[in-house]
Write a protein that binds this ligand. Structure first.
Ligand SMILES: [Fe+2]
Length: 661
């Protein structure tokens, strides 16, 4: 979301309010971004507790370094995903296999697909026909080697006794370790992961969210603007072992939020996009969307850029994945290019103002009305609950008429059991949803008059309140802010502003419960987690209550995750990985994305088609373990086919590239 302008002012308002009430000190914070050159100067020492292989890449996974993934399960189909990294460019055939046994020995379904540079060598298969509600295992083979084995599960066709989803959002690599992903991976009782956006962040290395103590920077070093940038950023995130592990073990059902393009994006622009220095917004938006569809296991839609869709889980739930960012959102009020700092209240309250867009609103309301499932889950980006006193114009609070219209639609059509699950705001909230915040028919003590419930998941790593203020978590200051907010917003039953983690949504026919799990730390890599609190709603009540216990782990889960190793037990002496160069073909400049898993002295040289050396990229440069992006300037080279070699003492990578002028 928001953090540069609205969230900052939101927090500052909170703090100011708090000062008045409690005479407390306000903590200044700075999010200024450092300037970086896009060169090979990635020289951060590795944190001591992380092994080189874990942090950078595992040579034994060659050529499927980015692991495997699955997503968008239907009753008879599921998306399977991987990425193959070739040593030389060109179309590559990849075979895929599905089985019901964890070792993938008895193959039930298989096929092959060709991938190439046009898809960034990603592989996506809509595999089927499959049996409903069934655990499957899958793997890929290509270039003479096999991938790790992944696990997935199709949606059920019948009404299940129970379903359980892991819910997550907001994973800024620069902010910390993805320990919450590791904790979710260790669970054996999830049907799928609902990912609510901010899977990547667009900021430059050392920019928003960068934590000195954690010392995990971004690649590429510049802010992502072009398709090449977004592809490298996804590739970089997907080398993270905790994220790879989560994808390997659970199907994903995802939506993007703003940071998959740029902060506070909407169809016509973004807070963090300057057309004068960063070019055409539509080109950037297209690049972000294309890379998302390449790198995430999402089913291709009939219309480019459309992600709103329904996933049915039999009679127990329908999941409506919505897009409040790029589909139809009107320009946010208070956007930085707005001439006046005063909010136009007429526009703000206009009945025509929309966050969904006309088509999506029609689809959502019709889908809710026609749903025959017990629970209707709206997987949503920005917070829907009204937040009195501190207006967040980036959320549904900036679009009050459409929120009221949607909630009144639920009431007028007697649509019960709608649960909104939300990310974006980096902390934990649980709320009743009355038709309007002023609705006198709503009784906060009993929940009577509420028409839906909202559960908000905290971030995986992205900064929450205490971090934005530079104070330790769980101090009396932030607890008091949360208490005050609840006091003036009686429909909001739970607020935690300090912790990172994920949410579990447990569905049964008579009850739905959200349980929050927080991780012990994001600054060191470990799997420690604890149950924080749970809130539940009973069928037909549309209002939440605090739970006494978390929902126990379900028995009868699929195979033990330990049966599916993340790493292939095969040693390899390779320590150099050439991930790709972007763009290719190119005119003058291309970004060469590579990695080393142990200290090496490297040279990069470009050769013409006859094998003559034509350009030195760099010579005998020391590299600490890490990922690198080197910008090659070939301004003086004519059109043609070239190759480049990255060489160390005992390994050479050769890749081709084309210059077209
Ligand atoms: Fe976020």
């Amino acid at each position: 979301m928001v953090y540069k302008i609205i969230w900052k002012s939101f927090i500052m308002k909170l703090c100011t309010y708090f000062i008045v009430l409690f005479s407390m000190r306000i903590f200044a914070f700075s999010l200024s971004e450092k300037e970086h050159n896009n060169i090979y100067s990635y020289n951060r020492p590795l944190p001591k507790e992380i092994t080189t292989t874990n942090l950078v890449f595992d040579p034994a996974l060659k050529p499927f370094y980015h692991g495997v993934a699955s997503g968008d399960p239907l009753q008879n189909q599921v998306i399977l995903w991987s990425r193959i990294t070739p040593d030389t460019d060109g179309p590559i055939e990849v075979k895929w296999f599905m089985s019901k046994d964890p070792k993938c020995t008895s193959i039930l379904l298989s096929g092959s697909i060709i991938t190439d540079q046009s898809k960034d060598y990603t592989i996506k298969i809509d595999a089927g026909p499959l049996e409903a509600g069934t655990v499957y295992y899958y793997k890929f083979s290509g270039l003479g080697r096999e991938s790790v084995i992944g696990r997935t599960k199709t949606a059920p066709s019948k009404t299940m006794e129970a379903l359980r989803f892991g819910i997550a959002s907001c994973a800024n690599y620069q902010q910390g370790y993805f320990n919450a992903y590791a904790a979710m991976s260790a669970r054996n009782d999830l049907d799928a992961i609902l990912f609510l956006g901010d899977y990547i962040y667009e900021y430059a290395d050392g920019g928003y969210g960068y934590s000195k103590s954690v010392n995990r920077g971004h690649e590429p070093k510049n802010e992502t603007v072009t398709l090449s940038d977004y592809r490298i950023r996804y590739s970089f995130y997907r080398l993270d072992p905790d994220l790879r592990r989560l994808h390997q073990l659970h199907p994903f059902i995802g939506i993007w939020d703003d940071h998959e393009t740029a902060n506070d994006s909407w169809p016509g622009g973004a807070d963090n996009h300057n057309p004068l220095t960063e070019g055409d917004w539509q080109a950037r938006k297209y690049a972000g969307e294309k890379a998302y569809f390449e790198w995430l296991p999402i089913r291709e839609q009939s219309v480019q850029g459309k992600i709103y869709r329904t996933i049915n889980y039999g009679g127990l739930c329908d999941i409506f994945m919505i897009d409040t960012r790029l589909e139809g959102r009107d320009k946010p009020l208070g956007a930085k290019d707005t001439t006046s700092s005063a909010v136009d209240t007429v526009l703000w309250n206009s009945p025509n103002r929309t966050i969904l867009g006309k088509n999506q609103y029609e689809w959502l309301t019709q889908s809710l009305k026609s749903s025959k499932s017990q629970w209707k889950i709206i997987a949503n980006q920005v917070m829907m609950m009204p937040l009195a006193g501190f207006t967040n114009l980036d959320s549904w609070d900036g679009y009050p008429a459409e929120r009221e219209k949607l909630l009144r639609y639920l009431k007028n059509n007697s649509i019960n059991n709608t649960l909104v699950v939300t990310g974006d705001i980096h902390c934990t909230w649980a709320s009743d949803l009355p038709v309007t915040p002023r609705d006198t028919s709503y009784k906060p003590l009993t929940g009577e008059g509420s028409v839906a419930c909202e559960f908000v998941t905290p971030s995986i790593t992205s900064a929450n309140i205490n971090e934005l203020q530079g104070i330790p978590p769980n101090t009396p200051q932030t607890k008091a802010i949360a208490g005050q907010l609840k006091f003036i917003n009686p429909h909001i039953k739970e607020i935690d502003l300090d912790n990172h983690g994920y949410m579990i949504l447990d569905l049964q026919s008579d009850k739905a419960q959200a349980d929050w799990y927080f991780v012990d730390s994001t600054t060191t890599r470990n799997k420690g987690e604890y149950f924080y609190k749970g809130y539940y709603t009973q069928s037909g009540k549309n209002a939440i209550k605090a739970a006494v216990y978390n929902m126990p782990t379900l028995s009868g889960g699929p195979a033990n995750p330990d049966e599916l190793p993340l790493q292939i037990k095969e040693s390899s002496s390779e320590h150099l990985l050439g991930i790709g160069n972007y763009p290719n073909p190119f005119i003058n400049n291309t970004l060469i994305h590579y990695a080393v898993s142990k200290y090496a002295v490297l040279s990069l040289i470009v050769y013409d088609i006859l094998g003559n050396e034509v350009l030195k990229g760099f010579m005998n440069v020391e590299h600490q373990p890490g990922p690198y992006v080197f910008e090659l300037n070939a301004l003086h080279l004519p059109s043609g086919t070239y190759s480049y070699k990255i060489s160390s003492e005992n390994q050479i990578i050769t890749k081709s590239m084309n210059i077209v002028k």
